[in-house]
Ligand binder design. Sequence first.
Ligand code: ATP
Ligand code: ZN
Length: 645
Amino acid sequence: MASQQQLDAIKGAKVLMVGAGGIGCELLKTLALSGFQDIHIIDMDTIEVSNLNRQFLFRQSHVGQSKAKVARDAVLKFRPHINITAHHDNIKSSDFDVDFFKKFDVVLNGLDNLDARRHVNRIRLAAGVPLVESGTTGFLGQVAVHVKDRTECYECYPKPAPKSYPVCTITSTPSKFVHCIVWAKDLLFAKLFGDKNQENDLNVRSSDGASSSEHTDDIFELRNDEDIDCYGRRIYDHVFGYNIELALSNDETWKNRTRPKPIYSSDVLSNNQQNGNLDKSCSSSDVALVSTMATLGLKNPQEVWNLAENSKVLLEALKLFFMKRQKEIGSLTFDKDDQLAVEFVTAAANIRAASFGIPLHSLFEAKGIAGNIVHAVATTNAVVAGLIVIEAIKLLNKDLENVRMTFCNEHPKRKMLLMPVEPFEPNKTCFVCSKTPLTLEVNAPHTKFRDFIEKVVRAKLGMNLPTVMKGHFLLYEDGNDLDEDERQKYEANLEKVLSKLPSPVIGGTSIVVEDLNQTLSCEINIKQREEFDEEKEPEGMVLIGWLQAPTDTENKASVQNGESTSGAGTDQVMPLEIAEDEEAEVNAVSKKRNFSEISNSSVSHPLTGNDKTSKNKEVILEDEGDDLIVLDHLNSEMAKKKRLV
Ligand SMILES: Nc1ncnc2c1ncn2[C@@H]1O[C@H](COP(=O)(O)OP(=O)(O)OP(=O)(O)O)[C@@H](O)[C@H]1O
Ligand SMILES: [Zn+2]
């Protein structure tokens, strides 16, 4: 039960919610049912059919309509007397500036991407409004509280980069199905159907000159007057047969590995074997409906196809792309919602897997891996939304001692689902909340200003509309309100090296980079450095003070397994997780234990390696079967636990 003080704080609060998706729908409902009366909600999206299974405020009839507006209307039906203002807009719009943010007592994020989260973090810092940040992936979730000068901000510690794999594992020595998927999607699919000018490491590396990219470029082109079936078989034999033979010729590689088996189309399919019934798909004029499963009569996406079926799917898909979607060839990128692309990638990955002795997978599984799909769990969103409201109430009551960052874990055997820890302190060297100057080591006479803008200002500092100044000298500005002369002047600067700019940027000088839209300004001191390690510092610049997110393939060339396109994808979960050894420790917990036993052991920040010892000692965990337990910190003296199911 909330106290009268809490109820008063709730009633009088003005709340900004950003995102009306999986978490947002739950959050709006929970806010309304908890007594909040003045809620603004911002979402730029419209409702899609795929949202309906978990974004329960939306119905089939709402598809295509604004999420923010439909969510508002749905909640007003059962709470007609409260004020909900819906904005169908991007949070990055200049309408939502610092003055807009200042109107609110607290900001609650239910977003799904780093860019928007960073943007909110920066503006709410400038406005001095606390933020409750959240994210879910499948059964995992996190809620964090960010209060200016009291806790870390969203950008105090770097976020994990998407999972990536060393190029040689992908091109030469795959050992897991995901390696085959990355090869099929990012190399083979991209080579055949994507931008021809893009770099592509498709070929198996070998000392043999025949494997040079020059040779393979010709191989992948459809030749004049070449029959499409012959083309398909030629590609098949090249990538699954010839390239594997080439790789095998390097004995060193296979000393401690299982040797792959070359596969030629004639080994699997008879030479004159007719593939599917193209007529079945020819009747469709809608490219979205073009599918090899339809033409080959394969019905169940959960079934694992054998090698012959995969081979037929691959050749058929290639043929359908050339016959039905010719116009797109050269500009296609893999899309998990493109059925034909998923069929092609599944089949190619499976044939490669067969060659390397890796178990084959169904289209359903392959699609999940290729699209980085972690299926959203509505319950996680609901639990996370509840936690957001609990933390928001603490903030409104100025109960900063008891705000918690909470992890929602997936450990059915553990008797603990939610793990609260005290928030981390602000990082004193954070360029966002501590305004600490950064240092850039750079070879000024050799580095183009354009590289600095792209690689440092946009990619690392996350600025969208940057301005670069040296003293009072404006070197660069971005935005729609520039006149043609200014635009040309800045374009010309981009082509210059740093030391040849109208006001030279050289060692010992300092520049100020700003994004007025984000109310963020950052000073960068320039330090001249002549030499950079090509492997470790490929950009030829090192930004000191900006924390690089660690990846498991650091310092290796890598092929990324794509960015998640799903709201529940990798980018959604925030970067803190309980360390593995902590898990083991908690698993060993007997039937009844004091939370302090857990919290006195350290919870490690996996990104920085910092250890954080939680001093939260008030909560007792008991054996509650497999019930869900939420730790109640609203009133620390009572140290209650509540059962949710
Ligand atoms: N810059 C932004 N401005 C406003 N809303 C945003 C912005 N970026 C993301 N959002 C919204 O945040 C919500 C995130 O919700 P969720 O993670 O459930 O994603 P989804 O797009 O609804 O679902 P999925 O991607 O899984 O189909 C989305 O509704 C999205 O429109
Ligand atoms: Zn910070």
